[in-house]
Every structure is written in structure tokens, then in C-alpha cells.
Design a protein around this ligand. Structure first.
Ligand SMILES: N[C@@H](CCC(=O)N[C@@H](CS)C(=O)NCC(=O)O)C(=O)O
Length: 231
């Protein structure tokens, strides 16, 4: 089976898929020439909404173009169940799916788009970011922390006792906030900070983040320090 992933590596959703592929040690090709700044002609045949990521799967003469990180993640799990990123217990499974969705929607719209989207894409367009949008995003980040902290409690992972799609789907967004100029601190949330650190230092995931930092350096992105905008 041949897999080709489409999407720029700094996208939280592309990172989500790359982390899953790395954890399962699956080989794939990647076309990073597709981003919110522009997609190649004909990309709508792969992703009708022209978003990233998309995954094209070729297997014994069959071809499938899959759009949306959650559909891609579920496909990868079926394709290669081990190590499983979806809890076996039905209630844990439901909770993991919900937390993935919470990351894909509320956290993405508020934290990623309000901080990284605003700061990084303004820079890419030669414009100045809107600090008010960053402040609003940071207020909403407090809501996220308040919701996530009791779920995580004193455990290592959000659901059950192993790294799951829930951890990846939630934490991916905090790497975008960091790329844009704010690194989550222990004072923000000791437990979420700990979870992010476990992912950041994970032997199979750390190289992906290192690769992203090199991309940022190569782009010569003038990363601001957003600390003063925190409430
Ligand atoms: N729910 C989708 C979200 C994908 C998404 O919004 N991707 C962003 C980049 S991070 C995008 O392509 N934005 C361009 C657009 O909305 O036109 C997923 O999980 O794949």
C-alpha cells in the first residue's frame, strides 16, 4: 500500500497525521506544497474543501483520496492497528473521539487560528498581526485549560493509561501556539504542560517537532514574544 500525504508540516492537522504515522512506523510520501496560503490546481479532486491534510492511498490498483485528519487517523488505525491509538474500552473510546473533535474544532478555531493563524499568516503576507485577536485567543485558551485539566487529573494521558488520539488531537495545537511565540509554561497548567512535554520528548515524535523548528528557521519567521498579551 502506498500513502501520499498532502499538507504543509506546520499545520496542526498535518502534524496530527504525521504523529500517528510516526507512532505506527508507517512509510509515506509527503507533498508539503499545499497550504492555507495556496493549493495546486486540481487539488479539489483530492480534497473537495481544498484544506489540509489529505491522504491518497493506492493499493493493488485501487485509489482513494481521503480528506480530514480524523478520517485519515481512523483509516490508519484500521490499516495498522498496532500500536493502537484508540482505547478499547467503549467509554474511553467515546471520550477519546470527543477530545479529538474538541481539538479539531474549539481549540483549533480559538488557539491555533487566533494565535498561529493570526501571527504567522500575517507575517507571511507582510502584514502586522492583530494583538487583540491574540488576547482573545489566550482568554479562550484558559477555557481549554480549565476543561482539560480535570479530565487529565494526575494521569499521564488524557484517556486510559496510554497515549491516544485524544492526546495528539489536543496537544498538536499547543505546538502551533508555541511556533507563533508563546510556549505553554508550568504556571499556565502543570498537568497540560506535563502532557505536552511527554509528547514533545517522545522518541518517535521529537524528530517531527525538530523538523518543524528547522522549517521555521529556514523561513526566517520573525517569531514575536507574545507573553505580554497573556491575561
Ligand atoms: N477538520 C479538518 C480541518 C482542516 C483545516 O482546517 N486545515 C487548515 C490548515 S491548518 C486549512 O486547510 N485551511 C485552509 C482553508 O480553510 O481554506 C481536519 O481535521 O483535517
Amino acid at each position: 500500500m502506498k500513502l501520499k500525504l498532502y499538507g504543509a508540516m506546520l499545520s496542526p492537522f498535518v502534524r496530527k497525521v504525521r504523529m500517528i504515522l510516526a507512532l505506527k512506523n508507517i512509510d509515506y510520501e509527503i507533498d508539503t506544497n499545499v497550504s492555507p496560503l495556496g493549493v495546486p490546481e486540481g487539488y479539489e479532486k483530492i480534497h473537495p474543501l481544498k484544506k489540509i491534510p489529505a491522504l491518497v492511498i493506492e493499493d493493488e490498483g485501487r485509489e482513494l483520496a481521503l480528506a480530514d485528519s480524523s478520517a485519515i487517523a481512523a483509516f490508519i488505525e484500521k490499516h495498522q492497528p498496532s500500536p493502537s491509538l484508540y482505547p478499547a474500552d467503549p467509554m474511553d473510546y467515546g471520550q477519546a473521539l470527543w477530545l479529538e473533535e474538541y481539538g479539531d474544532t474549539f481549540i483549533a478555531q480559538n488557539c491555533t487560528f487566533g494565535v498561529f493563524g493570526n501571527v504567522f499568516f500575517s507575517w507571511a503576507r507582510g502584514e502586522t498581526y492583530d494583538p487583540e485577536k491574540v488576547k482573545t485567543a489566550f482568554k479562550l485558551m484558559e477555557e481549554v485549560i480549565a476543561y482539560i485539566e480535570p479530565i487529565l487529573g494526575r494521569r499521564d494521558w488524557l484517556v486510559g493509561d496510554a497515549l491516544s488520539i485524544a492526546d495528539i488531537g489536543v496537544v498538536t495545537h499547543f505546538f502551533n501556539v508555541e511556533h507563533a511565540g508563546y510556549r505553554l509554561t508550568e504556571a499556565d497548567s502543570p498537568t497540560l504542560y506535563g502532557l505536552k512535554k511527554r509528547i514533545e520528548e517522545h522518541a518517535q515524535l521529537a524528530p517531527l517537532l525538530a523538523e518543524e523548528r528547522i522549517i521555521i528557521q529556514k523561513l526566517k519567521f520573525d517569531c514575536p514574544d507574545l507573553t505580554a498579551l497573556r491575561p
